[in-house]
Design a protein around this ligand. Structure first.
Ligand code: SF4
Length: 354
């Protein structure tokens, strides 16, 4: 497909870095350099600062209705200490989730954080990075001589808050020194400049979440635009990071074939074909009954299709199952998108479709 045929960007926008409206600190967080630095930053911007006994119990957030409280929570930062240093598993993308932050200011309608974070959608940054890195070291030693991969974006979008936390840079530089440790994360934000000169040693895979224009436009408010993400991907590739794209959630909408062809053509036009070791991860849209209820309350006008009758029920390991696309549709999505990927990037590797 020639680039002239591509749909033009919907709207030019300059997505600004996140600035919270309210910041909470656990008192002990101020014993750490990172806690003090964030406190100074919040003070310098004149942000309202409160003290909380625990980052897990924030009460009294402003807002008249549940919806208003939710929106304000998404703009509230909580700075605390990560006490649980037992990492969750993170299949299929990595062995473990590394917990440097929780929560996100994005408003993606389909985001699973809506249900996993329940009534605590505020953004938490953990200041005891040394403890977290020591725990990671333990996991790496346990699995030696196998490589251990850590996913840093399981419970947040860490790039979106990197200008506040600086934690990703610390993780990247730590992992650069680990012969058997690898880091990966995914983002919908383009604020990557502070990471470009980090010493990564090729041990961190930087992935961007991308999607058809229709999906980004309708379901991903408060994130960077496609054009911004793709420009950032170019910078990351030039900085020598292993690069990847996650296409998620893949959604069956009217015109999806053209929409995803257009996406891949745009990627093909922007990302150098010779990008070494380029990976793709493909995740079809899924929802649970609980997620559907939460999404309908928080985004009552959403166009996100969540009709159980049109889906296949897939049993979950811990009880509640998910609604995915029926096999025939899922296969068509997988095959079509895979073909478009290989047309543009014959050397790319598709890590999984789920
Ligand atoms: S950017 Fe990622 S983590 Fe943030 S709301 Fe969207 S899907 Fe969720």
């Amino acid at each position: 497909m020639s680039t002239e045929l591509l749909t033009p960007p919907r709207k030019v926008r300059n997505t600004l870095q996140f600035v919270p409206e309210l910041v909470y600190f656990e008192p002990d967080a101020l014993d750490y350099p990172k806690g003090r630095r964030i406190h100074e930053w919040a003070e310098s911007l004149g942000l309202p600062i409160r003290i909380t006994g625990s980052h897990n119990r924030i009460t009294g957030l402003p807002g008249e209705s549940e919806l208003e409280k939710y929106k304000i929570a998404k703009r509230t930062l909580v700075v605390g200490i990560r006490k649980t240093l037992k990492f969750d598993t993170s299949k299929p993308s990595a062995e473990y989730a590394i917990p440097i932050a929780t929560g996100c200011m994005g408003h993606c309608h389909y985001c699973y954080l809506q249900t996993t974070l329940g009534a605590k959608p505020y953004i938490r940054i953990y200041v005891n990075t040394e403890d977290i890195l020591n725990a990671a070291r333990g996991y790496i030693e346990e699995r030696a001589p196998e490589i251990t991969r850590f996913e840093a974006a399981c419970t947040s979008d860490p790039v979106g808050i990197e200008h506040i936390s600086g934690s990703l840079r610390e993780l990247i530089e730590f992992m650069a020194e680990q012969p058997l440790g690898r880091l990966r994360f995914v983002t919908k934000f383009h604020h990557v400049d502070s990471l470009l000169d980090a010493k990564h040693n090729g041990h961190t895979r930087f992935r961007f979440s991308v999607n058809a224009d229709y999906v980004i436009w309708h379901f991903e408010p408060s994130t960077s635009t496609f054009a911004e993400r793709i420009e950032a991907a170019g910078k990351v590739a030039r900085a020598g990071y292993p690069l990847g794209f996650i296409i998620a959630p893949i959604i069956w909408f009217d015109g999806w074939e053209d929409g995803y062809a257009d996406l891949l053509a745009k990627l093909g036009a922007s990302v150098p074909k010779e990008t070494p070791d380029l990976t793709f991860e493909l995740i079809q849209h899924r929802f649970t009954k609980t997620a559907k209820n939460v999404i309908q309350q928080r985004y009552p006008k959403t166009k996100l299709e969540m009709d159980e009758a049109k889906r296949k029920y897939k049993w979950g390991r811990w009880g509640q199952g998910k609604y995915v696309y029926p096999d025939e549709q899922a296969t068509l999505l997988r095959e079509t998108i895979t073909e478009r990927i290989f047309e543009q990037f014959p050397e790319a590797r598709i890590e999984y479709f789920t």
